[in-house]
Design a protein around this ligand. Structure first.
Ligand code: 5GP
Length: 233
């Protein structure tokens, strides 16, 4: 497959057209915003591919086609639904400031939240009625998204726990294929989840990276190593 022009550049990835109109190439960058760490893109690419392959095996459709090189993955072209879907198991980050729970409080059951992806508005939190008013998706599509989000959490949580990592929360994005099928899109990496060491509580994710960007790649690699040790890669 031939890589063609750049379609989109985000903070963490570039997305290219290919000679197949249904397929794109996602290329992970070593930087995310300002902090660049050599090799980070390749590690995050591998982590996301492995997790999406596992989710596919468990029956969650994703945009993944195949890893193309160390930092490139072939994905299906989707219409991205402009919602950040957050699923939480333990209180952290904006949940603590919004409803006053102390950081680290284990939630009675997983909490699902939606944020409207809009740079101009600063990605505000919304509910399903706002999503329908904005025609981001249909009620049927949102119930599929909800079901997938809880199921993804139910798959990732015990898997990561087996690697000694607690899944605190996770950001998911979904897309619509030309035939209307909803699929998991974007990426699942330590840049899109909060991951704490199950034993020590040490932060292994981007909260850690923000304070200590040089450690970003080390942490992703540690997670990849733990995945490899479980014969996962
Ligand atoms: P919070 O709402 O507590 O700031 O974030 C909840 C979870 O979603 C965290 O794991 C955070 O890393 C992730 N998250 C929220 N918004 C974004 C975003 O715009 N980009 C990325 N990569 N992750 C996000």
């Amino acid at each position: 497959m031939e890589k063609k022009h750049l379609l989109y550049e985000g903070r963490a990835k570039r997305v290219y057209a290919t000679d197949d109109p249904e397929l794109l190439i996602a290329a992970y960058k070593d930087s995310r915003g300002t902090a660049a760490v050599p090799g980070r893109g390749a590690v995050n690419n591998r982590v996301s591919v492995c997790l999406m392959q596992m989710l596919e095996r468990e029956g969650i459709p994703t945009h993944l086609v195949e890893q193309r090189s160390d930092r490139e993955t072939v994905i299906r072209r989707v219409h991205i639904i402009p919602l950040k879907v957050i699923i939480r198991n333990v209180a952290a980050g904006s949940l603590c400031t919004r409803i006053g729970l102390p950081e680290g409080t284990r939630l009675r059951s997983a909490i699902l939240e939606y944020y409207y992806r809009s740079a101009a508005l600063g990605d505000p939190m919304i509910n399903r009625y706002h999503a329908f008013e904005l025609q981001l998706c249909t009620p049927e599509e949102l119930s599929v998204i909800d079901r997938y989000a809880f199921r993804i959490n139910d798959i990732l949580k015990p898997f990561l726990r087996g690697l000694g990592v607690d899944l605190i929360d996770c950001k998911l994005e979904f897309g619509r294929l030309p035939d209307g099928t909803i699929v998991l899109a974007d990426e699942i990496t330590p840049d899109t989840c909060r991951l704490w060491d199950a034993e020590t509580g040490e932060k292994l994710d981007r909260d850690r990276f923000r304070r200590d960007p040089g450690r970003a790649k080390d942490v992703s690699e540690a997670i990849l190593r733990r995945m490899t040790r479980g014969n996962f890669v």
